[in-house]
Write a new protein. Structure first.
Length: 345
């Protein structure tokens, strides 16, 4: 069975703690249905654009958005299908499992749906490769590494899939499992083409299966596309002799943290709108109060000392501002004594 090699560094552990905290903030925030639909749609469109763009798709984010709305764009049939296929896969990601398990049949189906009508040879859709290929940077043309031979693919995939469904895998943090799976899939490179998109869809599937997907607000693909060189370098950083995935997991958890923090910020801003509307009937927020609230949204909390420093006011003045915001039902006090801080209510 696949036996991943990695160590828990301070960076990985710290990232996982912050990811868990951000996830809780998202899940516990107030959101009306129309906001959830909007956030979910935005995440799907950004993920479809980013994941296909990494592999050379020329469509812009605006064009992907128009396609998602059923509108026409000036593009080749292949470019359109790559995007539409990925959108459909993400929209129905929860269907890719059998009795809670990710099987070989499911992975073949996932690849077939991702690459439908986009490969030169349709027979390669949902079928392990029978030719030797190489993994390269599409931008520079440099070879990153040579994957295993076609003869090795079925056995390696069998061992990998067995590990995904094992107790060992289920005892790990879902983010770690998604990161390990992403790399191992790319390393094996089981298909002629579409491996990157399928690997990223598989990572999304694992997060969804393990109830981490934040109501489908989450789009990790955007992180990879924002700095493709860093993405390729992170993949290339793994020593093919030891297959130590520690550095890759640091990169991967950095991406999850960045992506989920963006979701958290959006959600808190939307959640705050509800409180602002309620407060408008009482007292309009002053410039100082707005700065305090914005600081809490960005940082999760604020102390009286931070307010004094930020607004350059006295301790008594800071206390008055806090009391007003508490009376407006916008914030609440946490902690006790010298450890008191304030959060959005």
């Amino acid at each position: 069975m696949f036996n991943p090699n990695f160590k828990y560094t301070h960076k990985i552990v710290n990232n996982l703690v912050q990811i868990a905290s951000a996830r809780e903030a998202v899940l516990n925030s107030y959101l009306v249905p129309k906001w959830e639909i909007s956030l979910r749609r935005d995440a799907l469109i950004r993920a479809a654009h980013a994941s296909t763009a990494i592999e050379g798709n020329p469509l812009t984010l605006e064009e992907v958005s128009r396609l998602a709305q059923g509108r026409k764009v000036m593009a080749t049939r292949k470019a359109e299908l790559e995007v539409l296929n990925y959108l459909r896969v993400l929209e129905n990601i929860e269907k890719y499992q059998e009795q809670g398990k990710i099987t070989e049949k499911i992975i073949l189906e996932l690849h077939k749906d991702v690459t439908k009508e986009t490969l030169e040879n349709p027979e390669h859709e949902g079928r392990y490769r029978e030719l030797q290929v190489y993994v390269g940077n599409r931008i520079t043309g440099k070879v990153i590494f040579m994957p295993p031979t076609p003869e090795e693919v079925p056995e390696l995939m069998g061992e990998f899939i067995e590990w995904i469904n094992s107790n060992e895998s289920h005892n790990l943090d879902p983010v770690i499992v998604a990161g390990l799976s992403h790399y191992e899939f790319v390393r094996i490179h089981p298909f002629i083409d579409g491996n990157g998109r399928t690997a990223r869809a598989l990572a999304t599937l694992i997060l969804n299966q393990r109830e981490f997907d934040i109501k489908k607000f989450f789009a990790l693909d955007d992180y990879y596309d924002s700095d493709r060189t860093a993405y390729y370098n992170a993949l290339k950083s793994v020593d093919q002799k030891t297959l130590d995935l520690t550095q890759w997991l640091e990169y991967f958890t950095d991406g999850v943290l960045l992506s989920i923090s963006k979701v958290k910020e959006k959600v808190l801003q939307l959640s705050l709108e509800k409180h602002k509307k309620a407060a408008r009937g009482q007292i309009a927020l002053t410039e100082k109060q707005t700065k305090i609230v914005e600081h809490i949204i960005s940082n999760g909390r604020i102390t009286s000392g931070e307010i004094q420093k930020m607004l350059k006011i006295s301790r008594q003045a800071a206390h008055k501002e806090l009391i007003k915001l508490i009376e407006l039902n916008l914030i609440e006090q946490k902690g006790a004594g010298k450890a008191i801080y304030y959060v959005i209510k």
